[in-house]
Design a protein around this ligand. Sequence first.
Ligand SMILES: Cc1ncc(COP(=O)(O)O)c(C=O)c1O
Length: 385
Amino acid sequence: MRDRTDGRGFATRSIHAGERPDPVTHALNPPIYLSSTFAFDSAAEKEDAVDRSLAWEPGAYFYSRTSNPTNRALEEKVASIEGAEDAVVASSGMAVVSSTLLAHLGAGDHVVVGDELFAITEVLLADDFPRRGIGVSAVDMTDLAAVEAAITPATKLLFLETSTNPRLRVPDLAALAELGHRRGLVVIADNTFLGPALLRPIEHGADLVLHAATKYLSGHGDAVSGVAAGSKALLDPIRKQVDTLGQAASPLSSWLVMRGIRTLQLRSRAASANALQLARYLEGQPAVAWVHYPGLPSHPDHEVAQRLIEGPGGAMLTFRTRGGLDGMAAFTDHLRLCDIGVSLGDVHTLVYPRPKQGGIIRVSVGCEDVDDLLEDFALGLSYVS
Ligand SMILES: Cc1ncc(COP(=O)(O)O)c(C=O)c1O
């Protein structure tokens, strides 16, 4: 096979990295290796593959809970686009969040985390970590003095989300990485809400970046998957934890995520442009009480977002209608194009009404024509009294 390159640019690597035409069949797309086990010509060959695979050597396979060629192809693609040495894929976003934290924390250790995290990450930290003897302090990551004050001699990690849910606060990642490293901590960024086309945390000093690949990386709402990227030294314990906790990725999901990543930049740019227009529209409507979108000058982290995030400020926005919970439901229940759903990062616009959080509405803006989105939002708002 002739010499090949993955290219240099982000879009080129999103398409080419981790993928090669099959040398036997010449199939352009990578195969989905739906094989739990691998067969060998001799006992010695099998033993060698087992030893190399359990030493986390890329390209060594004996059993798909431990390593699989389709999962590996996704890992290579993600490592390339994140500018990382390596990556580890797992069965879901929560699989990488839990394996990463458990691999790097033990009894007596302490972690400083953001005070507005994905709900299930919060459940893990609140319900699971105390009985494992791991201390947790939750602080506002946009307040550097509060973060520094929360660090104790037992602190090992700083764990943050790059754009929080639901207020879309954008912490100053570069300043947090500098602080974390000065205090000897490993800095971990969950970048699910933005994705690597808009922000690459490792370029701003983070040691590890995590994704629910279920969201922007997949982009089509058809796979549940998670991935962590960073140095091999930090990832090998996570790879082992993923294996021992049985959080192996499905090769089919990895293939779907790999396909999604090929269009990540196009989708991220289109959805961000739509989000800015929707946010500006909502901010001007009398039926809307407030809008949170980092691309609006009214957002508290607008300046940080402009510095860190490519484009206007991502494709997530949160707002509240007037009229309390009735206003919220009047809006969502009269939409005809956008759907009510809890996920995000899909090409399909999803609205997530949250009655238990005062009736706020989170919007994962998709890639539809913006005029259609504006018309649907206007229809919904026309029912808010
Ligand atoms: C920021 C963040 N991290 C992690 C997760 C967990 O991902 P998954 O649902 O794939 O387990 C989510 C899911 O919404 C999320 O929003």
